[in-house]
Design a protein around this ligand. Sequence first.
Ligand code: SAH
Length: 354
Amino acid sequence: MTKLEELIINRIQETGPISISTFMRECLLHPEHGFYTQRNVLGSQGDFITSPEISQMFGEILGLCLAQYWIDLDRPERFALVEFGPGSGTLILDILRAGSYVKGFTNACEIFLVEASSKLKSQQQKKLSKFNVNWINDDLLLPKIPTFFIANEFFDALPVKQYHKKNDRWYEVQVGLKNEQLCLGLSEGTTTHTELETRFKNCVNGDTVEISDDAIRISKSIGQIINNEGGCALIIDYGDWHSLGSTLQALKSHKFKKIFDRPGEVDLTCHVDFEALARNSGCAYSRLTTQGVFLERLGISDRANLLLKNSKPEHKQSIISAHRRLTHPDEMGTLFKVLGLYAENHNSPAGLVK
Ligand code: SAH
């Protein structure tokens, strides 16, 4: 049993069952025993590998997409670039390097990172030491200038609550105890949530749905800033337009685990419900587009060919397989989606359509 599991069991014994969101938050971000706060989670030695860690091409394409949006806004003298959950800092570095080929872009850019893990924050500090970087909370206190947001594999890490419909009423799925072991069960009383009464009103008995209050709150703040100051958001993650069923999953060292295995040592994530982000943002949003299509539209194959032409023979195979991994439907190309948020009466970011 992990130390965190012991703490959670004690808490449930004292005060009763807890929300899945409380369980997830403790497992991921507990200051001493949380997954993101204690482990080296990223990369081939870690628990999972993300697109920017697979290849520089991913960040370069995002960088050029943002630089194009900056040009379309008539090259504002100052803009904020906000990344949620920057991990090791690779993505923002690749974005800035690609953006530096567009005259004026990097000089106009003010960098803001939203990072909950102090361990990852110090990695980011080291990696980005050449840049003037501000770390902020997810309340997003930002200067009033056009703002570009990026989030790759951030929203899947936000805690969700689960609700189950039974006898035409909603109950919350909670974490409780059976024979002193963690288990899932339904709340005693019925419950309600505006999203249950609106987006999920057509659900039938037996359905389970997930709602992330953090994701809703953050997408509202993003939308408000985009509507007031101009700019856009690129949100990339696994998931679908409308979430249905439990998608909570556990992962350790690139392998699936049970959700109650070794709390704090195992990643817990959910598929992102993109409709919740789009509708709650209150700004214009693009059609949900697969990562493969988005990257192809923005020229990843041309970029891969150029890298191949200039690379040593021993590096060629890794460029070919990175291109495949990012774009192919059997790999990350279809599972991962891209959602663009932008101000009404403006164009969607390049590579995405309304
Ligand atoms: N975007 C990076 C890392 C993805 S992992 C990449 O693509 O490689 C998820 C990131 O989100 C980590 O940096 C993690 O510490 C951070 N994170 C998770 N939950 C968070 C929260 N509630 N607030 C801020 N950052 C969070």
